[in-house]
Write a protein that binds this ligand. Sequence first.
Ligand SMILES: *Cc1c(COP(=O)(O)O)cnc(C)c1O
Length: 395
Amino acid sequence: MYQPFNPTPRTLMGPGPSNVNPRVLTALARPTIGHLDPEFLRLMDEIKALLQGVFQTGNALTIPISAPGSAGMEACFVNLVSPGDKVIVCQNGVFGSRMAENVKRSGGQVILVEDPWGRAVDPEKLRKALHKHPDADIVAFVHAETSTGVKSDARQLCSLVREAGRLSIVDCVTSLIGCEVAVDDWGADVVYSGTQKCLSCAPGLSPLTMNERAVERIRNREKPISSWFLDLDLVMGYWAEGQARSYHHTAPVNALYGLHESLLIATEEGLQQSWARHHRNHLALRAGLEALGLALIVPENERLPQMNAVSIPTGVDEALVRRQLLQQFNLEIGAGLGALAGKIWRIGLMGYASRAENVLICVSALEAILSQHNANIHRGVAVDAVQAVYDAGQD
Ligand SMILES: *Cc1c(COP(=O)(O)O)cnc(C)c1O
């Protein structure tokens, strides 16, 4: 007979989901109430205000889409891109390719600005593309490329887009909470994120924010949006202030309890403190990996603290190592994707999982398993290297 499903607790250090904060798990289990209950309407208003806080924006349209990060991405493209529109997409990994695919499926024409996997988006290439394609109204790029562990300079890219009078769509799924996301300060027009990376909430929601310029573009569309569920004109009605709310779909009530709790946790910690914690744990992990003899593949000033792409020692069966980490240590790390498949592991330190004990578990477990594989690594020094980083930070 079938039994209730009781998963083995894991330490989640892959590209997502990350470990969910226990406070969020408790919040998810609270009694379901009606999605038009006055108490729930109050919760929706608080979620909007808390999201404005973490996005650092005053945008009135700041809401969670009731579906995962990929739906937030799709919502941006189906609403803002009309058939025939030209869109510049900066592509330096998997998620940039998905943006391009979304433009095509919305009937738009893609102008691809490519950078190598493992490198940031080159602002010079964008500058040239903006010059060469004055009729491309929209520029899309990924702030934190989870597929490669690369952070692009969102502030600079957004200001280039703004100076050229175009509109930016920025993927901040992996960056939000883990490193600076400053929507208004950057002058970003449209930004979406996800709940399952550094927010340490359960997967399945996509916070999104857009300014008046973007909302105007949606309102002025000639052709109606092909998606009914993601039509932001309709969704905005559902997330309107207080009593003005009109039924669109049934909100994922309990999932929103979880998001509210995770936003409270992030607000209590403080954004600066959270970025500093992600940075400190990244430095400790880097020290441990380098002491083992493994190299981070991304140049230092382009690295994401919450996603570390690390080389695999020669001759090692990388999939077997990951399987053994899971079986012997309940530890999940990620594989490489696309051009980097079989060449790297991706080690996440996101949100609740970005903590010293996880860095120590990961480095020791890797050392133990790579030793079983007779890999060419330095033994017996990695844990000290990690500890030295934390000790140095304690004065
Ligand atoms: C994870 C991720 C997404 C997609 O989010 P899902 O919740 O998996 O749909 C989009 N963009 C980036 C950069 C991501 O890391």
